[in-house]
Design a protein around this ligand. Structure first.
Ligand code: S3P
Length: 434
């Protein structure tokens, strides 16, 4: 299937992005592990988070889904948590579909369960590296095996009998950190995780709010085993989804867009800092926080951008926004250099290769590097026949580019946005004013 995008002369409007994907996954898993009823408002109604719900149900966790509450795009979930005892051996293979977060975090949950399970996913997911979770979970005592010398899914697991470990992550990954912490909840003794650079801390915040014995200092987290209390949580809007409109407003010559109810966890708003450092006119108005997570409304106007250098500790904070940053860089004056981002090669697609390939079709000047890219701007964009490579972030980047390109842009495989942002194309059209 293809989506055809025509240029927009002017853009304006307000959008409330769908619920945060990372936070939604965590509410379902931690709600299932807790004792009592967890209520989640504005749970992301996307394919990845549905995969998490389906896996939990196959493991015996009772989850009721109610229609969205008025004014909310997301689902209302009622999770009847019965602690670890509420989990049972699944009768079927667990299918995480396209969701790396589900596979990695769920492995952490399953590592402490005294039964066997098998996790698999779609064609993209089964090419994503899993040794990064197999190694620490094995050190903790889980029996876990992957395909092709433990490199890839499917994963076969027999959990239980875990002991806490002290572990330094070889890559800065919130998914891996979270998997080890979740396993640590069901291990004997403390588990300590050190990370090379800070990564998103939604798991730590939620565990703290649920009464876990967890402490965080600098880039290390320590957790002791124990039960979790249930939670009531309203999931804020996803800043990674909002990022499409932040970049669009900044690079379009006639745009003013306001994003409501966006989660602004400091570990996630690298995109706002990067856009500001490029010269974008961005304002953030803090709102009352949604429990443990800060929330704001963000407005962006058409701006004149300049190239920047993005590397090191900034990378985990913008990891999902780099295709959009590359697009912004095509409209910026000068060179934008993105380094230390080799992780992009093992996301839903090889995002260095696919972003460079697709933006070049539109006229961008991009040099691929092993760990990033150099984008030289500004270059005018012309419509082209583009391909999402089954990657939701790339499909959205191409949609945004299409509103700027001089002629029609065709996005093949556009439907993959449903992974994280099912209403994306409708929201895109809603912003046109001319
Ligand atoms: C996520 C962490 C990131 C991110 C992914 C969601 C999470 O992955 O790319 O979309 O929810 O923890 P890594 O932690 O593997 O970098």
């Amino acid at each position: 299937m293809v989506y055809r995008v025509q240029a927009a002369e002017s853009l304006a409007g307000e959008i409330e992005p769908p619920g945060d994907k990372s936070i939604s996954h965590r509410t379902a898993m931690l709600g299932g592990l807790a004792q009592g009823t967890t209520t989640v408002e504005n749970f992301l109604h996307g394919e990845d988070t549905e995969a998490t719900m389906n896996c939990l149900r196959s493991l015996g966790v009772e989850i009721h889904v109610e229609a969205p509450c008025p004014g909310s795009r997301g689902l209302r979930l009622i999770i009847n948590g019965r602690g670890r005892e509420g989990f049972r051996e699944p009768r079927q293979v667990l299918d995480v579909r396209n969701s790396g977060t589900t596979m990695r975090m769920m492995s952490g949950v399953l590592a402490s369960m005294p039964f066997s399970s098998v996790l698999t996913g779609d064609d993209s997911l089964i090419k994503r590296p899993m040794r990064r979770i197999i190694d620490p979970l094995r050190l903790m005592g889980a029996e876990i095996y992957g395909r092709d010398g433990d490199r890839y899914p499917p994963l076969e697991m027999r959990g239980g009998g875990l002991r806490g470990i002290e572990y330094t992550l070889p890559v800065a990954s919130a998914q891996v950190k979270s998997a080890v912490l979740l396993a640590g909840l069901g291990a004997e003794g403390r588990t300590v995780v050190h990370q090379p650079w800070a990564t998103r801390d939604h798991t730590e915040r939620m565990l703290q709010a649920m009464g876990a014995d967890i402490s965080v200092s600098d880039n290390s987290v320590s957790i002791a085993p124990g039960p979790l209390n249930s939670l009531e949580i309203n999931v804020p809007g996803d800043v990674s989804s909002a990022a499409a409109w932040l970049v669009l407003a900044a690079i379009h010559p006639d745009a003013r867009i306001r994003l409501r109810n966006v989660g602004v966890n400091p570990g996630r708003i690298g995109i706002v800092h990067v856009l500001k450092s490029m010269g974008a006119s961005v304002t953030m108005e803090e709102r009352a926080s949604a429990g443990a997570e800060p929330v704001a409304d963000i407005s962006v106007d058409s701006s004149s951008l300049s190239g920047v250098s993005i590397r090191g500790e900034t990378i985990p904070n913008v990891i999902d926004e780099i295709p959009l940053i590359a697009l912004a860089a095509t409209q910026a004056d000068g060179e934008t250099e993105i380094r230390d981002a080799a992780e992009l090669r093992v996301k839903e697609s090889d995002r260095i290769a696919t972003t460079a390939c697709e933006l070049r079709k539109l006229g961008a000047d991009i040099e691929e590097l092993p760990d990033g890219m150099i984008v030289r701007g500004p270059t005018p964009l012309n419509g082209a026949n583009c391909e999402s490579h089954g990657d939701h972030r790339l499909a959205m980047t191409l949609g945004v580019a299409g509103l700027l390109a001089r002629s029609e842009t065709i996005v093949a495989g556009h439907e993959c946005v449903a992974v994280s942002y099912p209403g994306f194309w409708e929201d895109l059209e809603s912003l046109r004013t001319g």
